[in-house]
Design a protein around this ligand. Sequence first.
Ligand code: HSE
Length: 441
Amino acid sequence: MSERVINIGLCGFGVVGQGVLDHLERKRSVLREQLGVNIVVSRIAVRNLSKARDINVDPSIVSGDALSVALDPDVEIVCELMGGTGIAREVTVAALKAGKIVITANKALLCDHGEELLSLAREHDGHLLFEASVAGGIPVIKAIREGLVINEFSSIYGILNGTCNYILTRMANEGLSYPEILVEAKELGYAEAKESLDVDGIDAAHKAVVLAYLAHGKWVALEDVRRQGITDISQEDIQFAKNSGYAVKLIAVVDRDRALNSLRVSVLPTLVSKQCSLGSVDGVHNAVAIHGDVVGETVYIGPGAGRDATASAVISDVVDAAKLLIFGGPEGGYPFLDPAPRNGSNIVLASAKDLKSRYYVRLVVVDKPGVMAEIASVLAAREVSLASVTQKEVGEDEERVSLIITTHLTTEQAILDVVEDLGNLESLEEKPFSMPIGNFA
Ligand code: HSE
């Protein structure tokens, strides 16, 4: 009997696409042994046909037309590794309508069009697999969908952007500013093509939206994610954190309040205790802590970006797709497995008045009498209680000084109001910078 061959079409052949091909080739015999089939990359779509690449491929399988690769009748599995939401969506929609299995690493595509794409997969007996879309090499989607399937999740929080974590770690260790480090993150293949996606927290927000959907069955719109990036973080914030037993991390939170039937998704710079599991997750590593009602808290840590980590996750989906084809296949039929078993469409978004945290606020003020009294009265008017105030002595001729305040527990609404009121004071020299002080295990 001739060997069963499963053909893959790679749409996108950048850092990740080349990593997927490389590792599939290297592990061909292992996969053959495990699955009893030969997995072959039979077509590759590239954006630029003349671009030199690190990896050599037979030019006859390379095309500039991603749609023709996705719709090639011999291609059973389509890997969408192009990024963006334009042509990537067209290719994914076309392949799903043709009943194919689509694998994507594209968190922006899922965040913006996940609902549509999953219904297309359901309607046309296809599948959409996306392990590589969140937390790179960490199998966190499998953890939520499979390993923790019996749990209801109260909170998920994590470091979901490798580039930002890499930048923040080097800012802390080497005292550099973020633009200097971003250049290297790009060279290492961690960063998105548009740097704003990373440093403004958009990429982490896309990923948090995917996690919120998997855990709660609700698609939260990107504009409903409370989001702040890392561009306003200064060395003063990093040094304050270091001296107080914290690290500054960009933390994504998916919090469910069952009593209020609400959900909160946010991505914010956060002071994280060095003692807690996320506090010492450094460099390009990601970490995700998941609290389930049956299991308690589980924490997953590993490389969150880069060629090999992402390829590892994509290939785990390739193997799942191959199993679907081997054990079912369109003729025999294979069931569409809903990635989010619960329908959470009736869940409401949490109100800032119901969310509580301690906060850190940094102010740059004119160094003159009465300023501290003004600031204290703004906090008092919003019923925010001060926990500490730090002001470093500056020279007699300096006109500006930094003031760092920490608060006791207060609502997010109160701190938003305080920051707005402080920003209106004449003695403020810069926009205030604030971040929550995390209360994580
Ligand atoms: N730019 C992303 C990151 C790539 O740095 O995490 C992985 O999704």
